[in-house]
Design a protein around this ligand. Structure first.
Ligand code: SF4
Length: 314
């Protein structure tokens, strides 16, 4: 039994949710039709170089449908897929889901929480799209529902953030995370490994920085290049500037990383899963997320290791 209360060698989100809700929890992706300040010109145009939000949403997740309709269709889809889908979290993933006036946010999130089956909200956004008024609103919702605000950090290095045209600095990510956690909200972060211009050593060094943040949850993705993005053009022109992880190398890297990671962080994902038809990078073929989790756990077992084993050590 580890400090997170079960025998798995990492602080797994599926176990956390089962403990929290007493049953399986399924995320329903919702596209509420937000945009992003890095696309509409207020911060930048064109967006992050790797971004293509439209590439792989489930069919029910479509902003031409109301939030209510997306939730109804999403629940039907999962009821068909799983015999007992359990509870749901409305996952507002594409674009920046706090990038609107508070009144607009209220309309959207109140619609979602109007469903008794929806146990909570997962709200993906940018660090420059949050303020005290919005935080206060989410704190109110968190009194009765699970609410987490997830920030795309992507990298702790400003040189990388500039290169991928994120339109914000790491300091802004850090401040938003600190503010959100100080308000009493669950706070998540997302990181991409393999971004151009970063060495493996630099990627690994981020674990110290991240571990010191007041995060609740964390997600990792390997870099994948999606068709139709600015990054596809860069990759086509200068492939030598990209150094993709091979699958075995990634498993070894991620296990090294989580051995140093704060054991209090709930890990939601080790890798991203984009259907090969949407991608231009060499990729790993059809490897599912469950297989990645199995590989990580097998490697932890082989090393007789666990999340946070080397936390705080050099
Ligand atoms: S902040 Fe998000 S939605 Fe906006 S361009 Fe970047 S990845 Fe796309």
């Amino acid at each position: 039994m580890y400090t997170w209360g079960h025998c798995r060698r990492f602080n797994a989100y599926s176990n956390y949710f089962k403990k929290q809700f007493g049953e399986r929890v399924q995320k329903l992706s919702i596209d509420a039709g937000f945009t992003c300040p890095n696309r509409d010109g207020s911060k930048g145009r064109g967006g992050c170089t790797y971004c293509n939000n439209d590439a792989f949403n489930p069919s029910y997740c479509n902003p031409t449908k109301s939030v209510e309709q997306q939730i109804r269709e999403g629940m039907e889809f999962h009821a068909w897929r799983y015999k007992k889908p359990g509870k749901f979290l409305a996952y507002f993933q594409p674009y920046s889901n706090t990038y609107a006036h508070l009144e607009e946010l209220r309309k959207i999130y109140d619609q979602a929480l109007g469903f008794p089956e929806i146990a909570g909200l997962v709200i993906g956004t940018r660090p420059d799209c949050i303020d005290d008024e919005k935080l206060e609103y989410f704190v109110g919702l968190s009194k009765t529902h699970y609410v987490i605000i997830e920030y795309g950090i992507e990298s702790c290095y400003d040189k990388t953030l500039k290169r991928i045209n994120r339109g914000h600095t790491f300091e802004e990510s850090k401040k938003a995370i600190e503010r959100t956690a100080a308000a009493g909200l669950k706070t998540g972060a997302h990181l991409i490994f393999g971004l151009p211009g970063e060495s493996r050593k630099e990627m690994m060094a981020q674990v110290q920085i991240l571990s010191g943040l007041p995060l609740t949850n964390i997600k990792f993705h390997q870099l994948q290049i999606i068709k139709g993005t600015q990054m596809e053009k860069e990759y086509t022109e200068k492939p030598e500037e990209f150094n993709f992880f091979g699958l075995d190398e990634y498993i070894s890297f991620i296990v090294d990383f989580i051995e140093r990671l704060n054991p209090n962080f709930i890990i939601e994902r080790f890798a991203g899963e984009v259907p090969p038809r949407f991608k231009v990078d060499p990729g790993w073929g059809l490897v599912r997320n469950e297989q990645i989790v199995e590989m990580v756990e097998a490697e932890l077992e082989r090393r007789n290791s666990f999340q946070g084993k080397n936390f705080g050590i050099g």
